[in-house]
Design a binder for this molecule. Structure first.
Ligand SMILES: C[C@H](O)[C@@H](O)CC(=O)C(=O)O
Ligand code: MG
Length: 434
């Protein structure tokens, strides 16, 4: 039973100094500090339940997103949760169409990341209060701009079909979990020794799918890809991620040099906005047996729609915080199902694994009903800061059992990492003479 009026919204700038160890580094983000704009919603329901929402950012970018969350706060404050979820589509559109903020979006950039943080908190709160049926889920989706490829009725049919065999798939998930791959061994800033050590440990832990960062220096890539392929052997799966480093012809040329290492996909080969560029790359890489994956920086459902329409990707990477929360992610999962393109979510960052596990397990149970060519990213960082961290067993995500969106962070972690006043940052800034 949905209850409570939103009587408080707070947002924190939480940063982790991951750049110090080269964690998370790639060809374009050489010194990322994994960060989050962390939103807490309170209600007057008197049940003690709060909604926690995050969006993933890097370092100083968090300041901008925190401002955007505050600029959106008035849409949520004093609203009855029942009214919000009773017309969630309308509420989503209210946030994304705010007449004074829309100009710095629309549905993209900092303001869309902020929308995700706020709506993720709403979903967390709502999920703690009640379950949802297909019609309710559909009522949360804004179909504006995508009805040329997916109507509400088609989406309903997909969800109805997804009911068949649902029980068995739930049991399968509870027993075996959702298959994952690891990105933790091969960040670009890691030395070869670190890569070898982490890869040895990952193999011992049963990982069979690995992602390596590429794109800055070809000879370096060849050496690192050889190293990792030799270590994992010919049968295990290898993916590559260039994080938007190349122009279109460069991407094709570079990947033809890395093809000998048999990557399943090249991720973000070029600008995330270049839909036709991705299509050109996809086509050129077919003879090499390499697919194109993208999505972690796709602004919204419209970009995904076009990527699907022009066959620009073979693996679709939703992101729980880049898109407008569960609402928009649902529309993308449904479009992917219609086009029969496997969804392999982006995760890692701060809390992305915690959030996206809900989406991808839902996708398997209620939408795609398939694990073919599907896996979810896993990065072994920062889970200790969450109250309900992901559980990985035998390289698979085990379904979360606690109600909610697994978004709540430990109070102590938030305090210590709040920027710039948390203990961690006070010490680091003092050491840097700031
Ligand atoms: C800056 C991030 O760490 C980015 O490299 C993550 C990413 O591309 C991925 O996990 O995929
Ligand atoms: Mg990536």
């Amino acid at each position: 039973m949905v209850r409570g009026r939103i009587c408080g919204l707070s947002v924190r700038d939480v940063r982790f100094p991951t750049s110090l160890g080269g964690h998370g580094s790639d060809a374009m983000h050489t010194d990322p500090n994994y960060s989050a704009a962390y939103v807490i919603l309170e209600t007057d329901a008197g049940d003690g339940l709060k909604g926690y929402g995050i969006t993933f950012t890097l370092g100083r970018g968090t300041e901008v997103v925190v401002c955007a969350v505050n600029a959106l706060a008035h849409h949520v404050l004093s609203k009855d949760l029942r009214d919000i979820v009773g017309d969630f589509r309308g509420f989503y559109r209210q946030l994304t169409s705010d007449g004074q903020l829309r100009w710095i979006g629309p549905e993209k950039g900092a303001v869309h990341l902020a929308t995700a943080a706020v709506l993720n908190a709403v979903w967390d709160l709502w999920a703690k209060q009640e379950g949802k049926d297909p019609r309710t889920l559909l009522s949360c989706i804004d179909f504006r701009y995508i009805t040329d490829v997916l109507t509400e009725e088609e989406a309903f049919e997909i969800l109805q079909k997804g009911q068949v065999g649902k029980k068995e798939r739930e049991e399968q998930m509870l027993m075996h979990g959702y298959p994952a791959y690891t990105t933790s061994c091969a960040w670009l800033g890691y030395s070869d020794d670190t890569l070898k050590q982490l890869c040895t440990e990952a193999l011992k832990d049963g990982w069979t799918r690995f992602k390596v960062k590429v794109g800055a220096d070809l000879q370096d890539d060849i050496r690192r890809c050889r190293l990792i392929r030799d270590m994992i052997g010919p049968e295990k799966i290898l993916m590559m991620d260039a994080n938007q480093r190349w122009d279109v012809p460069e991407a094709v040329e570079w990947m033809s040099k890395l093809a000998e290492f048999k990557p399943l996909w090249i991720e973000e080969p070029t600008s995330p906005d270049d839909i036709l560029g991705h299509a050109t790359i996809s086509k050129a890489l077919v003879p090499l047996g390499i697919g194109v994956a993208t999505g972690e920086q796709c602004h919204n459902r419209v970009i995904f729609k076009q990527l699907l329409q022009v066959k620009a990707l073979q693996f679709l990477q939703i992101d729980s915080c880049r898109l407008g929360s569960v609402n928009e992610n649902l529309s993308v999962l449904l479009m992917a199902k219609k086009f029969e393109i496997p969804v392999c979510p982006h995760a890692g960052g701060v809390g992305l694994c915690e959030l996206v596990q809900h989406l991808i397990i839902f996708d398997f149970i209620s939408v795609s009903a398939s694990l073919k060519n599907r896996m979810c990213e896993y990065v072994d960082h920062l889970h200790e800061h969450f109250r309900y961290p992901v559980i990985i067993k035998k390289a698979s995500y085990m379904p979360p059992k606690d109600a909610g969106y697994s978004t709540e962070m430990k109070t102590d972690s938030v305090q210590k990492h709040q920027y710039p006043d948390g203990d961690v940052w006070k010490k680091l800034l003092a050491a840097q003479g700031n």
